[in-house]
Design a binder for this molecule. Structure first.
Ligand SMILES: Nc1ncnc2c1ncn2[C@@H]1O[C@H](COP(=O)(O)OP(=O)(O)OP(=O)(O)O)[C@@H](O)[C@H]1O
Ligand SMILES: [Mg+2]
Length: 158
């Protein structure tokens, strides 16, 4: 597990950008963390790092936004779903297991639909209003490479 401590939304955004710059088609980034922890800030960084130039906001009501970067970016916010099965109505598999990049806010809600391989990103608020602990953990073989991709990245947080 790799851990960063970011001290501002800008630092979280920059970490997201590095993740997005390294993203490849088919990558799934599952974000965990409370309300206001910084999931959308990180998603904005990932999306811009993946080459998208526009606005990134939480798709709380629509459940998903699609951005055009170097690859399509599927930005989910599933806070409002009551059952994971509601994602079938969105044809979520087409996105999760397609050739774009998938970002999910409120991954806690995936329940039984949790994929077997993904990059797990957990954001927690710790001491100090603007400090966040961001833990990145590869789940499954496909994501082990991320330890190398991100370890060499310095100057953000730790
Ligand atoms: N180190 C930090 N990293 C990220 N955001 C920070 C940080 N410090 C302060 N903030 C602030 O915390 C808020 C994070 O908001 P954001 O919308 O990204 O949270 P969220 O996890 O997506 O919330 P929600 O669950 O409502 O979707 C912003 O107002 C941001 O400016
Ligand atoms: Mg959000």
């Amino acid at each position: 597990m790799l851990i960063w401590l970011t001290k501002s939304d800008e630092e979280t955004y920059q970490l997201g950008k590095v993740i997005g710059e390294n993203a490849r088609p088919g990558d799934i980034f599952l974000l965990y963390g409370d309300l206001g922890s910084g999931k959308t800030v990180l998603s904005r960084g990932i999306s811009h790092g993946a080459g998208y130039k526009g606005l990134v906001t939480s798709p709380t009501f629509t459940l998903m936004n699609i951005y055009e970067g170097r690859y399509p970016v599927y930005h989910f916010d599933i806070y409002r779903i009551n059952y994971p099965e509601e994602l079938y109505d969105l044809d979520y598999e087409e996105f999760f297991f397609g050739t774009g990049i998938t970002i999910v806010e409120w991954s806690e809600k995936l329940g039984s639909l949790l994929p077997s391989e993904y990059l797990k990103i957990t954001i927690s608020q710790i001491a100090g209003e603007n400090t966040r602990r961001i833990a990145v953990e590869p789940i499954g073989n496909k994501y082990i490479i991320w330890k190398e991709l991100l370890k060499s990245n310095e100057g953000i947080g730790n």
